[in-house]
Design a binder for this molecule. Structure first.
Ligand code: PHE
Ligand code: CO
Length: 296
């Protein structure tokens, strides 16, 4: 396991063993701040009624819409006081062990770059808008904050097994693309959806994807799409359900019995699934993102 907390590494000047860099807030151009403002405004216009209350409350608490790309130092003052989490800037996707170690220590690694104007709708790499707008508000929720820390610790432990893909699937279908069933209706808590205008509507309203109740092992056996809307969304009834199901399960025996590759395709529906909506999968059948005239 890597060493922890080596902030300033004289050998590399900027990239330390934990990959943390300066956010370099002063270096953002007016155009880049403007990109944040456009994306923020768009999402704020579409998310009420779609995003879960916990996310909206987090957005409010952190003041992320006061103009331009937020300064991590300012976010951290508020976030630390709320749940003890902080955001740290990283230049790119970090290696798995580093990523897990940050989360286990309540540090959320966020890309410090922002997408170009030509890529407002979609970018595959996590930029500062995805990471900060999508993820950070949920870290103000105590249960969710604990879940991510536990995930990081679980990840560090998983390095001894050969099942990283299954653990990645858990992250993907919850932290990135999770839905929650609330008394007010189904809502989004996954950051990958919350930072995307088109997928926010698609995830809840389109007839194409499956919506299936969260089942830990089922989900860890399922493959997912990294470059297009999900074919299946998994739904929890509460963040407590998610927390308990994952924290109370000893993943050791689970890793032992998992197969080396995924058992289920992204579109699979099983006999044992508790189904909310069975998708038509027409979006994928019609070519997905490449052919998408209008999500269905
Ligand atoms: N319970 C898991 C383990 O035994 C760790 C974990 C907790 C993973 C929460 C994900 C989320 O390894
Ligand atoms: Co993300």
């Amino acid at each position: 396991m890597g060493t922890s907390n080596l902030r300033a590494d004289p050998r590399t000047d900027t990239i330390a063993d934990d990959f943390i860099v300066e956010q370099n807030w002063d270096a953002y151009t007016p155009e880049q701040h403007g990109t944040w403002d456009i994306l923020y405004k768009r999402q704020l216009a579409s998310l009420p009624g779609l995003a879960c209350d916990e996310f909206m409350q987090g957005l409010d608490a952190l003041d992320l819409g006061t103009g331009g790309i937020p300064d991590f130092k300012k976010i951290n003052k508020k976030l630390k006081a709320l749940t003890g989490w902080e955001v740290v800037a990283v230049p790119c996707l970090v290696p798995d062990d580093i990523f897990f170690e940050h989360l286990a220590n309540r540090r959320f690694p966020a890309g410090n770059f922002i997408r170009e104007r030509e890529q407002l709708e979609y970018i595959q790499e996590p930029d500062v808008f995805h990471d900060v707008f999508g993820h950070v508000p949920m870290l103000t929720n105590p249960v969710f904050a604990d879940y991510i820390e536990a995930y990081g610790k679980g990840g560090m432990r998983s390095m001894g097994y050969d099942r990283l893909k299954a653990l990645a699937s858990l992250y993907w279908y919850t932290v990135e693309f999770g839905l929650i069933n609330t008394p007010k209706g189904m809502r989004i808590y996954g950051a990958g959806i919350l930072s995307s205008r088109s997928e926010s509507a698609y995830s809840l309203q389109a007839r194409s994807p499956n919506r299936i109740h969260f089942d830990l092992e089922r989900l860890m056996r399922s493959d997912y799409k990294i470059d297009d809307f999900q074919a299946t969304y998994f739904i929890v009834s509460s963040f407590d359900e998610l927390f308990r199901a994952t924290v109370d399960t000893d993943f050791g025996p689970l890793y032992e019995r998992l197969n080396a590759t995924f058992d289920f395709t992204p579109t699979a529906v099983l006999e044992s699934d508790k189904i909310y909506t069975r998708g038509t999968q027409e979006y994928g059948r019609n070519g997905g993102r490449k052919n998408a005239a209008k999500p269905v």
